[in-house]
Each structure stands twice: as structure tokens, then as C-alpha cells.
Design a protein around this ligand. Structure first.
Ligand SMILES: [Fe+2]
Ligand SMILES: [Fe+2]
Length: 278
């Protein structure tokens, strides 16, 4: 990650940090530094700048590091730990809406969600389906990849129709199983990504069987049919294009996502404050 590729940063004073500002403070990139060395240097500089230290959650580094081994020691153990806003991230409103998460926390791969929802709309599906398409990979774009259908369902469960949340969970399994009756084929992309000999785990197959016989099967299947990465590479879709549909199909809590005391509020807070120490 170069500084240019780093996320835009809003510090306490909401000043925009530029490379010049950081270099004037002592941040140095030398030509021989690798990208990861630059990223580390930038991270260390930002830590010093905020006078706090963060410790990465086990789940953030598990895989890159063996989680059963001791974590690397902090660069400066004398600093207090971070217990609130991370100044390296865009500041979120006090009572954030779903759209705020798209704008301030979700990755650029949210374009896939916007395109899927736009395609569902173009295909004439009702708003429940469009909403499910808009949220189907929310687990990936905002939280965690592994078992994204399940995480995604839980994130939105209190706020959307029960059928839509069920469909979000099951699309993960249905994506692996063709359905000739509606023209859904095993994705070419999965062959590229996982290899031609990849077989799903038994729990995915069990989920598929349950979903196949469920009364809402077609709702989840419609997600997979609109689950295209770029149906129109030139289409520019913005989350604000869906304001009305979200308004009618997503019960935004007045306290903001993360602060409504719901059983999933902590998940939204973790997205707001991913580096909070406790
Ligand atoms: Fe998915
Ligand atoms: Fe998807």
C-alpha cells in the first residue's frame, strides 16, 4: 500500500492529511522500500501521530500469522491503547445509516452489490429482491469473507423482511449448485478461483438441500441469478440511487446502526471501530 492508495484519513480536527504533511512530520519512503515496508512505515507513523496503539484482533491476522503463536510486540508499549475512533479511517456520523456504511466503511467491491441490485431492478423484480441483492454480499464488503452469507444475514436480520434475510444466507450455498430450470449455471469464476475439482463442504451441501426444498427457494435463487460482477461495466451506480428502496425495505434504527441495542448492534460497532482495543 502506498500513501496514495491508503484510505483517506480524517484526524481529530477533520484536517485532510496529505503526503506533504506526513513527510514534513518525518514519514520517509525510500525508493528501495517494498510496498509492504511502506505500509508498515505508514502504519507506524500514524500510530505515533495518534499517540495511541492498536492491537490487531486475532481474526485480522489469523492465517497470515499462526494464531497460537505470540503476537508481535507493540512498536511502543508505553502508548495507551485505542478505545474509540481510529483517525486513519473516515469519521462516521453519530447515528449511522446503512448508506453511511456504504460511504465510509464498505470496500470498493460494494460496486458488485450496487450492480446486482441495479440488474434486479432492470429485470423487473420486486423491491424485496432488489434489497436482498443490494445486501447479499454485505458480509464480504464490510466484515468478513468466510461464511459471508451467514454473517450477512445476521448483520441485517433485525432490519429487513424475514424472506430477504433467509435468501441472503442461502445464496452462499445456492451459488455452488446449478438450476437448469432457470438457466443458472455453476459460475465460471468459481472454477478459476477454486479450481475445477473443488467440492463444497458437507455443511454447504446440507444448506443447499434445505434451501432447495424451502418455500422461499426462488427468492434466494434470484439473488444468484442477479449475482453478476459487472453486467454493464460502464454503469455507474451509487448507493444514493437506492434511497427510496432502502427507505421502504430497511428499517433504519433512529439511534443508528450499532446503537439500537439489537442483538446485532455489536457487529455494526465493530465495523465502525475495527481497531478498538476492547
Ligand atoms: Fe455471495
Ligand atoms: Fe455476489
Amino acid at each position: 500500500m502506498t500513501l496514495e492508495q491508503a484510505p483517506s484519513v480524517a484526524a481529530e480536527t477533520d484536517e485532510e492529511l496529505t503526503r506533504e504533511t506526513l513527510e514534513a512530520e518525518g514519514l520517509t519512503f525510500t525508493p528501495e522500500m517494498t510496498l509492504s515496508e511502506r505500509a508498515e512505515e505508514l502504519e507506524e507513523h500514524m500510530m505515533k501521530r495518534m499517540s495511541k496503539r492498536t492491537a490487531k484482533s486475532v481474526i485480522f491476522t489469523s492465517g497470515d500469522l499462526d494464531p497460537t503463536e505470540p503476537a508481535p510486540p507493540p512498536a511502543d508499549p508505553s502508548l495507551h491503547v485505542l478505545m474509540g475512533d481510529d483517525p486513519r479511517l473516515p469519521r462516521m456520523p453519530k447515528a449511522p445509516t446503512l448508506q453511511d456504511f456504504f460511504k465510509y466503511r464498505f470496500s470498493p467491491s460494494q460496486a458488485h452489490l450496487l450492480q446486482s441490485a441495479a440488474l434486479a431492478l432492470r429485470n423487473g423484480h420486486d423491491e424485496k429482491i432488489v434489497m436482498a441483492c443490494l445486501l447479499h454480499d454485505i458480509g464480504i464488503v464490510g466484515f468478513i469473507r468466510s461464511d459471508h452469507g451467514y454473517w450477512g444475514e445476521q448483520l441485517v436480520a433485525p432490519y429487513v423482511d424475514e424472506e430477504a434475510r433467509w435468501a441472503i444466507r442461502c445464496h452462499q450455498a445456492l451459488r455452488f449448485f446449478p438450476d437448469d430450470s432457470v438457466g443458472y449455471e455453476y459460475p465460471e469464476m468459481y472454477i478459476k478461483l477454486m479450481g475445477a475439482d473443488y467440492k463444497v463442504e458437507p455443511y454447504v451441501e446440507e444448506e443447499y438441500k434445505r434451501a432447495r426444498n424451502h418455500k422461499w427457494y426462488m427468492t434466494s435463487r434470484l439473488i444468484t441469478l442477479n449475482d453478476l460482477y459487472s453486467f454493464d461495466p460502464n454503469a455507474v451506480v451509487d448507493i444514493d440511487d437506492f434511497t427510496d428502496i432502502i427507505g421502504r425495505n430497511f428499517k433504519q434504527p433512529k439511534e443508528g446502526l450499532g446503537f439500537d441495542g439489537s442483538p446485532v448492534a455489536h457487529m455494526w460497532r465493530t465495523i465502525i471501530w475495527p481497531t478498538k482495543y476492547l
